[in-house]
Ligand binder design. Sequence first.
Ligand code: NAD
Ligand code: UDP
Length: 313
Amino acid sequence: MKRILVTGGAGFIGSHLCKRLVENGDDVICLDNYYTGSKENVWDLLKYSNFELVRHDVIQPYWAEVDEIYNLACPASPIHYQNDPIQTTKTAVFGIYNLCGLARRTGAKILHASTSEVYGDPAIHPQPEAYWGNVNPIGIRSCYDEGKRCAESLAMDYHRLHGVRIKLIRIFNTYGPKMQAYDGRVITNFVVSALKGEDITIYGDGKQTRSFQYVDDLVEGMIRMMATEDDFTGPVNIGNPGEFTMLELAEKVLRLTGSKSKLVHLPLPADDPKQRRPDISLAKEKLNWEPKVPLDEGLKKVIEYFEARRPNF
Ligand code: NAD
Ligand code: UDP
C-alpha cells in the first residue's frame, strides 16, 4: 500500500484523483484549505479507512511520511486565482517549496500540476514542451502563470541540487463533473447558462481556441506520469489535442442541451490567450498515453451532472 499525499485533493481534479487512488487501495491523505474546493467533493470517500482529510494551507510546511505527493493545491479558474492574486502566487511558489522540502526529507516522488498557462498567449502552435512561452509577467493572469513557472523552476532546482524525484505535467483545459457551477470557466458558464435558459456569454469574437480534456483522461495521465522512471522529470503536456473555438463550443452546448439560450458577446478579458492546443507526442512516447473521451461525450456527462443538481445552482 503506497502512502500518497494529494494537495488540493478536495478540488475538482484532486477529488477525481483521490477517488481513483483510494479505489486502487492506496493510503491517501487529501490536504486542502477549501479555498475553492469543498468537503462535498470527497464526501463519498470519507467512509474508506484508506482515506484521510486534512485541513491545511500549503503556504505553511506540512509533515507526513509519504511515498508519493501530487501537488494540485492552487485555484485554477481565472476568477478564483485573480480574486486574491498574492495568495495565488504564494500558494504556487511556497506550496511547491514546502512540498519539495517534504519530498527531500521523505524521499517521496512529487508530481506537480503545472499548466498550459506557462505558454501564455502562445506564438507557436500547437505547443510542444520545448516552447518557452509568451507570458505577460505583470498582467492580471501573471500571478497564476508566473507562479506556476516559478514552481516548475523551483522543482527542477530541487531535482538538480538535491536529487528530488520530480514529475512535471502541464495540464491543458480540463473539465468534468464536480466543477463548480460558478467558477467562471467557459464550460461551466456555457452549460449552466444553457440549462437555465440564460444568455451564453462569448468573450470577444469567440474565435479564440482551447483544447478540452475530460478529467478521467487527465487522471490516467497523472498516474502514468508518477509511475515513470526516476530520472524522467518531464515536463509533459497532458491535454486533448481536439481544438475548438468558443463559438463552436457554444453551439455544441446548445445542441446537447436543446437550449434556446442566445449568444451574447462581452469584452475579452486582458491577456486572454488566442489559441491553445497541446502537442502530446512526448506523453504518447513516454507514458503510452493519449486521451480517449471526445468532447461531445464528456460534455454530456457534465450536462447530466448539473441537470441532476437542479435547482441548486
Ligand atoms: P480547483 O480550484 O477545483 O482545485 C484546487 C484545490 O486546491 C481546491 O480544493 C482548493 O481549495 C485547494 N487550494 C487552493 N489553495 C490552497 C492552499 N494554499 N493550500 C491548500 N489547498 C489549496 O482547481 P482544479 O481545476 O481542480 O485544478 C487543480 C490543479 O490543476 C491546480 O493546481 C491547477 O493549477 C491545475 N490545472 C488545472 C487545469 C484545469 O483546466 N482544471 C488546467 C491546468 C492546470
Ligand atoms: N470564455 C467565454 N465565455 C465565458 C467564459 C470564458 O467566452 O463565459 C472564454 C475565455 O475568454 C477564454 C476561454 O473561454 O478565451 C476559456 O476560458 P476559461 O476561463 O475556461 O479558461 P482559460 O482562459 O484559463 O483557458
